[in-house]
Design a protein around this ligand. Structure first.
Ligand SMILES: C[S@@+](CC[C@H](N)C(=O)[O-])C[C@H]1O[C@@H](n2cnc3c(N)ncnc32)[C@H](O)[C@@H]1O
Length: 274
């Protein structure tokens, strides 16, 4: 199985690629603004609109202390800071992603509003009742200890705080071979169903747990993503080799076919702490 570290250390959306894309627009490094990065630093489906939907559902604003769980290159953390005025802490397990997120954030001068630390979302080194909101996008598919994950999220949220996340889901149509392929190709051996997620959140204490099915919306987005990754062929092959590129492209095509077949999908799930 592809390890999480390899998957993200060799990911086509990375610091160099993001900066290269912005500079190819004719913007000098010293002049790069957060919104320039935002065109390329979103490692989830639906780009900024998906984050706007989470922000609206969770009423994120200038007074919000937000925990961006599994923050990757930090695109969502920076966006919540510069667009909504929130103070954001990003936590991610992959050291190279945290280091890159920090450098990009400093480059655009958001380091006073946004910080990052390396950490496991299921076992966080954060105080109880310390954040107003938790967001996470397309990341929980990697995490096995989901009871611990939601217990931790509930613990660190302040009373009255809210959590919203989007993720890749499995339906009861998924087969054993497809599960194995998600494990191998996406470092995601534990795809959950929407019912399982709702039960886990409720079990952890969350109330008013709701989900919105995003599967149809994601189909179009994924086709665009596949085209985008294909357009990065030269850069990805040069950086990580042809095998990695072919595996990645093949995995995305498989993912699209699985959504088409109703075996996997996506959803936005929210809940609140009493
Ligand atoms: C698809 S990326 C999403 C990045 C970011 N949320 C975004 O939308 O741009 C998934 C991220 O989850 C992180 N991750 C996976 N398992 C984790 C865990 N147990 N704790 C913290 N981060 C984790 C990975 O390192 C990766 O950066």
């Amino acid at each position: 199985m592809t390890s999480l570290k390899t998957f993200y250390d060799e990911h086509p959306i990375n610091e160099s690629e993001i900066l290269e894309k912005v500079e190819n627009e004719g913007i000098a490094r010293a002049d790069i603004k957060p919104e320039d990065l935002s065109r390329y630093d979103q490692d989830h489906y639906g780009a900024l609109a998906a984050t706007d939907a989470l922000a609206a559902t969770l009423c994120i604003g200038p007074n919000s202390h937000v925990l961006d769980l599994c923050s990757g290159m930090g695109g969502t953390s920076r966006y919540l800071a510069y667009r909504y005025g929130a103070t954001v802490l990003g936590v991610d397990l992959t050291e190279s992603r945290v280091a890159g997120a920090r450098r990009l954030t400093e480059l655009v001068g958001l380091q006073d509003k946004v910080s990052y630390r390396v950490g496991d979302a299921a076992h966080m080194d954060l105080d109880s009742d310390s954040v107003d909101r938790i967001v996470s996008q397309e990341s929980f598919l990697h995490i096995e200890d989901r009871e611990d994950l939601f217990a931790e999220c509930y613990r660190v949220l302040k009373p009255g705080g809210g959590m919203g996340f989007t993720d890749v889901l499995a339906t009861d149509r998924i087969g054993t071979a497809a599960r194995a392929r998600f494990a191998e190709g996406f470092a995601a051996p534990h795809l959950a169903s929407v019912d399982a997620y709702e039960a886990l959140m409720t079990g952890a204490g969350f109330t008013d747990v709701r989900s919105v099915d995003l599967s149809a919306e994601w189909l179009g987005i994924l086709h665009d993503r596949l085209d985008m990754y294909r357009s990065l062929e030269a850069e990805t092959v040069a950086r990580f080799g042809r095998d990695r590129f072919e595996t990645y492209i093949g995995m995305y095509a498989f993912f699209i076919a699985q959504i088409d077949a109703g075996a996997v999908g996506g959803a936005r799930i929210t809940g609140w702490k009493r």
